[in-house]
Design a protein around this ligand. Structure first.
Ligand code: C2E
Ligand code: CA
Ligand code: CA
Length: 279
């Protein structure tokens, strides 16, 4: 039995070594990709529920390898966080998105707001405020059109620090959205203490609401609470007409999802602005 235990351990540790070396390989790939600028941003429209107008877009990163493969952020953002490579990557994202959104503003769509995701590590980084200030200055994009999406995870270690960081961002004039709402914990307690403008309902609630009355009730409650606290509500992951109709009925303010559009390249988004959603 002892022998077997030893073998098991051996097997386990080989397995770990394999995972670790794969991780190092991926980390090196990621460093190289940052240096070679192999990332691109896609933009997903956000639609005003009441009018059907495009009122903004969320920037979403993709990794395009030289071999022509597109790798989704779910596959590399966690490692980028772990290795802190998310910091230079996040700076690139903000600067690229602001430059692009400034072009759209200058070509007549000055009402568009830009939403950019911030990972917890970025949000808590000491250089965040100066990085944002410099990026806005350099690109000429107005702070009031920028919305930063954060998750409840930012408050796990130090809620006071997170709140003071949010207040600084608000003073800079940018808006703050809480992303994936309903998937974290202590949600209600945080909600009343965080200076938030926007609440984004997490996709699973939206996707199950048409078939599951509990999810529908939760979505209704989230919208009610957000409105009571003066926040507007975005539903994301909206894929069907039925989900859209329900969300409108429940008073949801903004819609994002494949029903209207998948995330698009900047060129395709420009085309969408000029031609509308249903052409
Ligand atoms: P997220 O911020 O919750 O972004 C929404 C995700 O849902 C995007 O996936 C989007 O393509 C997808 N989505 C939108 N509408 C629908 C729909 O109707 N149905 C379904 N099934 N999915 C929909 P994506 O682009 O793969 O991004 C995944 C996550 O990676 C994001 O989730 C975000 O947490 C992270 N991420 C993406 N870009 C960035 C970035 O620039 N910085 C950071 N820190 N994180 C990013
Ligand atoms: Ca987001
Ligand atoms: Ca989300």
């Amino acid at each position: 039995a002892k022998e077997k235990g030893k073998n098991n351990f051996q097997f386990f540790s080989d397995d770990m070594a394999f995972i670790a070396s794969r991780k190092i390989a991926l980390e090196n790939e990621l460093r190289r990709a940052i240096a070679k600028e192999e990332f691109i941003l896609h933009y997903q429209p956000q639609i005003q529920a009441a009018t059907g107008d495009i009122i903004g877009m969320e920037a979403l990163i993709r990794w395009q390898t030289p071999a022509g493969k597109t790798i989704s952020p779910g596959e590399f953002i966690p490692l980028a966080e772990e290795t802190r490579l998310i910091l230079p990557m996040g700076e690139w994202v903000l600067s690229t998105a602001c430059k692009q959104a400034k072009l759209w503003h200058d070509s007549g769509y000055s009402q568009l707001k830009l939403a950019v995701n911030l990972s917890p590590l970025q949000f808590l980084d000491d250089e965040l405020m100066s990085m944002i200030r410099q990026t806005l200055e350099k690109t000429g994009f107005p702070a009031s059109s920028l919305e930063l999406e954060i998750t409840e995870g930012v408050a796990v270690d130090d809620a006071e620090k997170a709140i003071s960081r949010m207040q600084k961002l608000r003073r800079l004039g940018v808006r703050i959205a809480i992303d994936d709402f309903g998937t974290g914990y202590s949600s209600l307690n945080y909600l009343k203490r965080f200076p938030l403008n926007h609440l984004k309902i997490a996709q699973p609630f939206v996707q199950d609401m048409a078939s599951n009355p509990y999810d529908r009730a939760l979505v209704e409650a989230m919208i009610f609470i957000a409105h009571s606290l003066d926040m507007s509500v975005v539903a994301e992951g909206v894929e069907t007409e039925e989900q859209l109709a329900l969300l409108k009925k429940l008073g949801c303010d903004e819609i994002q999802g494949y029903y209207y559009s998948r995330p698009l390249t900047a060129d395709k988004f420009t085309h969408l602005l000029a031609n509308g959603l249903h052409s």
